[in-house]
Design a protein around this ligand. Structure first.
Ligand code: COA
Length: 563
């Protein structure tokens, strides 16, 4: 027994010494390990020029569509609704509110095209802007209703967009700021908003769960908070309300009149004075909108984060990022060597390739983006047996070393045929390797960012960390194609005499596979321009890293703060 105790003491002593050593070395100034990864100098070759130019023409057409849609979204609910909002209701437009709330306009807007081209019409910005911006230096998720779009009411796509923004906040531990100006549910579509798990109620559930996880929740009431909207500020940890602009009630004055015959003004029923002085639903009374955002900025500075100095900028790549427009494939057969894309994205075009000579239809290796070390997994052809094994190995390596992963996805649109016994054996082996890579990607507990630079098709897109594999962020280039199979090959799986069906299916696939169709339905976090990718990656990686600087994560809360 005494012997066992002695062993135990020795064990504790050794471990204590070890943790002491770790603590004292951590106290020293941290410097990252030096790297001199080989330079990938891959200029465009004359033989590639015709493919490059065809891609370039396609990219310009996509950019034109991108700017048309951006313009449409910026107009919100249209001229009349804007006039009603600003002149009659005396409220600021949602983008002007963000100008007052955020440090600068350098924010990452999420899925700005969500809501466009839906069966129930065009809902600009899905009636609600979401994104991640800095407030006093701290990256925060914002969810801001645009009341020029049908009074800021929630359509099914609005709910989906809000839930995705909250999901990003949960996954990356980002404080949330809600700018609430909403008439509650869009009643004609109530059955698609109300009852299911990932519908209306989930927003409030998430607010409670995030608060308990110490992910701060702050709300500003800068308009109507009717019905469901009323719970957003009441469940927030701290809420600000604007005098004569904000109202919170479950049913408005017309409902009171119908029930009791009494006439009350919105201000009497649920204005800022009532909620700041009587109900206590809000914590700060702001006499005008600007003051509300000043309060909010001050609330954010009480969240107890200790931010480091700005990180290093990183060496620029060797070739200009505009060349990515000619590397963005107009269709799968216009794909050029993906290392040309990598070399135009990473610091100094430096890339430490892993298993360069094995399974070369997948490129894997290490690089930095603005100083952030990354493991890159990039499609360079069909995911063969060897490529998938290499992918699993590399993903597990990054997981082991806690290195975030970047997937550059461009998967094949054609299913592999099985016409002979030897093909059947090959495909079965490949299936096993695919399964192994899917498991490695799903289980890797490191941050993941996916950029679809070409095709997002079939099961290979799961291995390349598609939406269902929960990447922290997933962006599309405007040339991207998203469909189970591309038009053309899909027809081959229909019965031989199904000519008309084939044509219909192909037409439909073509229409439904565009990046803008995908983004309208919120299958991604937004369409980004190829030349902006490096910047978007920097912001995403800065955002992902921020959780390390929160000082108050140790003690977990068990009860709701506001109750
Ligand atoms: N469902 C569907 N449409 C709605 C709506 C709702 N809950 N609330 C407002 N709208 C529509 C209006 O019909 C109007 O449509 P139009 O532009 O085609 O005419 C548009 O949204 C703007 O509403 P309007 O009342 O003209 O604007 P406003 O700025 O004066 O007021 C609200 C906005 C949200 C304060 C007010 O419309 C309101 O109180 N709506 C009812 C809210 C409610 O009871 N919700 C319960 C949901 S469970």
């Amino acid at each position: 027994m005494a012997n066992m105790q002695r062993c135990l003491f020795r064990f504790i002593e050794q471990n204590w010494k070890c943790s002491f050593r770790c603590a004292s070395s951590a106290a020293r100034k941290r410097t990252s390990l030096r790297s001199a990864f080989p330079v990938l100098d891959l200029p465009l070759q004359p033989i590639q020029r015709h493919v490059y130019e065809a891609n370039l023409r396609n990219s310009y057409a996509c950019l034109k569509k991108h700017s048309e849609l951006s313009e449409k979204v910026r107009k919100g609910g249209g001229e009349n609704a804007v006039a009603r909002h600003t002149q009659r209701n005396k409220k600021l437009l949602v983008r002007d509110r963000l100008c007052l709330l955020l440090d600068d306009q350098d924010f990452l807007e999420l899925s700005p095209f969500a809501g466009l081209g839906l069966p129930y019409g065009d809902i600009p910005s899905a009636g609600c802007l979401t994104g991640i911006g800095r407030i006093n230096g701290l990256w925060c998720v914002f969810i801001a209703n645009d009341a020029t779009v049908k009074g800021g009411t929630a359509y099914p796509i609005t709910v989906k967009k809000q839930l995705r923004a909250q999901q990003i906040a949960i996954q990356n531990r980002l404080p949330c700021v809600y700018l609430v100006d909403s008439g509650g549910a869009f009643l004609p579509l109530q059955s698609e908003i109300f009852p299911d798990k990932n519908q209306g109620g989930r927003t409030f559930y998430n607010e409670a769960i995030m608060s308990a996880l110490k992910i701060p929740q702050v709300a500003v009431v800068c308009g109507s908070c009717t019905a469901g909207g009323a719970y957003v500020p009441t469940m927030a940890e701290e809420a600000v309300m604007v005098h004569r602009i904000g109202t919170i009630f479950l049913g408005g004055p017309p409902l009171v009149k119908a029930a009791t015959g009494e006439e009350v003004s919105p201000e009497q029923l649920g204005g800022a004075t009532l909620h700041a002085e009587v109900s206590g639903c809000v914590d700060h009374f702001a006499s005008e909108e600007k003051e509300a955002y000043d309060y909010t900025r001050n609330i954010i500075s009480t969240l107890n984060f200790e931010l480091p100095e700005e990180d290093e900028e990183g060496e620029e790549p060797l070739h200009p990022s505009e060349e990515l427009l000619g590397l963005a494939p107009q269709s799968y057969c216009y794909s050029l060597d993906v290392k040309m894309v990598v070399s135009r994205l990473v610091d100094g075009s430096r890339f430490q390739e892993f298993k360069a000579r094995y399974g070369d239809t997948l490129v894997t290796g290490f690089a930095k983006v603005h100083g952030h070390l990354l493991g890159i997994v990039a499609s360079n052809g069909e995911l063969s047996y060897q490529a998938a094994l290499k992918g699993s190995h590399f993903v597990q390596l990054c997981d082991q070393r806690d290195i975030p992963l970047l997937f550059l996805q461009n998967t094949v649109p054609t299913p592999t045929p099985t016409l002979t016994a030897s093909q059947a054996e090959l495909n079965s082996n490949r299936l096993k390797a695919h399964g192994s890579m899917m498991s490695a990607v799903a289980c890797a507990a490191v941050p993941k960012v996916t950029v679809v630079i070409g095709g997002c098709h079939g099961a290979e897109s799961y291995m390349m960390c598609g939406r269902s594999f929960d990447p922290n962020f997933l962006f599309l280039w405007p040339n991207a194609r998203v469909s189970l199979m591309a038009p053309g090959p899909a027809g081959s799986v229909l019965p031989p005499d199904a000519d008309v069906e084939d044509q219909k299916l192909n037409r439909r696939l073509k229409e439904e596979s565009s990046a803008f169709f995908s983004s309208g339905r919120l299958w991604d976090d937004g369409v980004i321009l190829p030349q902006d990718t490096r910047k978007v990656l920097k912001v995403s990686l800065d955002i992902i890293k921020q959780q390390q600087y929160q000082k108050s994560t140790k003690k977990l809360q068990t009860t709701l703060l506001r109750m």
